[in-house]
Design a protein around this ligand. Structure first.
Ligand SMILES: Cc1ncc(COP(=O)(O)O)c(C=O)c1O
Length: 435
């Protein structure tokens, strides 16, 4: 009998957090790392939200509170969801969590028995796939194709549906591709779900980037399509919209009161409650007319940076990159760079056990980090199953413009540095993300 349960060996991770120690070890050598790996807005929390949190602390609002989320915040969420999604959201079907992440695993635990099937986008947020293995469900990735603008259709979902399908994850705007769904596309997906799924199948609609949309686009949700409110779990939160990843406030609207009660009880078991002073801050963020300007200013900055990054990337020989419509990531295709630098060949030359740990895009990611001090994420960090033949990186533009320009300059040189890659590879160090 070993120390750890079999189950605990099956959980995966989010590499964007894991790469931190590598970055720090390089910085300790006195080198400046350009951090395009981060999945969080690089702005302070808007002042009026901070003031409210401070005020709540001064009021000693620091004790246990309603494990489902304080009623005033749930009321504000219900109002915002009802207005923006054209639904009848009620506070009693809302549960507040410490971020938008916990409902991902908690939903899989709650709805899936071993052998049940989960459909999710790949590339996609890695925690979807991570938990599928943990709960002993079966993963069915929808491989999003660059030729189809990384989007997905009803047909893509239909081809994976079986009687065992239990949860379908959707994420628009998407991490890592920045793809969004049009109302027609959502309509198409919802028709398949209405036609082919029983009411026990749950759509997990991860809308945490709902406010980060470019070119004046509006957010659309599958929950607004006919018949979808009774099967959709709509998840969002304060992390991205209010640049408040450390506040750990997320929420989910469940189809039924009964389900909300199940998750309320899970909150009691896991967290007891979520810090009430931060919940009051999130309540004000949703209610205040000041939020619109704060979000607009952040999104305008992201949009300017998107222009710089897309232009810069597409000027680099061997890199091709689509313009994201939302979130703050770009997902360039680096296949040609991998060919030109001899990365494909180098990868093929590795023994099978090492090949399993790395990939061509991981080798380029590591070369960029250790030789050029640019931190990015590789394709495998967004779903491992079936990722071998896709060669992409994710770069976040949630970092200041000067750093982004410097990052692009370094990336451009690295992309032509065949000799440098050869030397890096020869050292046989840092060929994958070490833990
Ligand atoms: C698609 C997606 N869902 C959920 C989360 C988790 O957000 P939170 O920080 O609120 O837990 C993230 C964070 O990067 C994300 O990209």
């Amino acid at each position: 009998m070993g120390l750890y349960s079999k189950k605990s060996e099956r959980i995966d991770t989010e590499n964007a957090f894991k790469i931190g120690p590598q970055i720090r070890s390089i910085e300790e050598q006195g080198k400046k790392v350009i951090k395009c790996n981060l999945g969080e807005p690089d702005f302070p929390v808007p002042g009026f939200i901070k003031e409210e949190v401070k005020r709540q602390l001064d009021l000693d609002n620091t004790h246990y509170c309603d494990p489902q989320g304080i009623p005033s915040l749930r009321k504000a969420i219900a109002k915002q969801l009802s207005e923006t999604r054209r639904i009848q959201a009620t506070p009693d079907r809302i549960v507040v969590f410490p971020g938008a992440k916990p409902p991902i695993g908690l939903c899989q635990q709650t709805y899936c028995d071993p052998g049940d099937e989960v459909i999710y986008p790949s590339p996609g947020f890695p925690i979807y796939e991570s938990f599928i293995k943990y709960v002993d469900a079966r993963p069915f990735p929808i491989h999003l194709r660059e030729e189809k603008n990384f989007t997905l259709s009803g047909e893509d979902i239909q081809s994976l549906l079986t009687k065992k399908t239990k949860i379908i994850f959707l994420n628009f705007p998407s991490n890592p591709t920045g793809g969004v769904a049009s109302p027609e596309q959502l309509q198409d997906i919802s028709e398949v779900i209405r036609r082919r799924c029983t009411e026990d199948v749950r759509i997990f609609s991860d809308e945490v980037y709902e406010n980060i949309l470019f070119d004046g686009a509006k957010h659309h949700s599958i929950i607004s399509c006919p018949g979808m409110e009774k099967v959709t779990i709509l998840v969002s939160g304060a992390s991205k919209s209010f640049s408040w990843t450390g506040g750990r406030i997320g929420w989910a609207l469940f189809p039924t009161l009964e389900e909300a009660e199940v998750f309320r009880n899970l909150n009691i078991n896991y967290f007891s409650c979520i810090p009430p002073y931060n919940q009051e801050g999130a309540r004000l963020a949703l209610e205040s007319p000041l939020s619109q300007n704060a979000i607009r200013s952040m999104v305008n900055t992201f949009q300017e940076r998107r222009g710089i990054v897309i232009d810069g990337l597409n000027r680099i020989k061997g890199i091709r990159c689509q313009k994201p419509k939302g979130a703050f990531y770009v997902f360039p295709n680096i296949s040609e760079v991998c060919e030109n630098l001899g990365i494909m060949e180098a990868f093929q030359s590795l023994p099978p056990d090492l090949q399993k740990k790395t990939s061509p895009s991981t080798l380029f990611q590591m070369f960029l980090l250790f030789e050029y001090q640019v931190a990015t994420m590789d394709r495998k960090s967004f779903g491992r199953i079936g990722a071998e033949s896709f060669h992409y990186l994710r770069l976040s533009f949630a970092t200041d413009t000067d750093s982004l320009k410097e990052g692009l300059r370094r990336l451009s040189i690295a992309s032509q540095d065949k000799k440098g890659f050869g030397q890096f590879f020869k050292k046989r160090e840092h060929l994958y993300l070490e833990y």
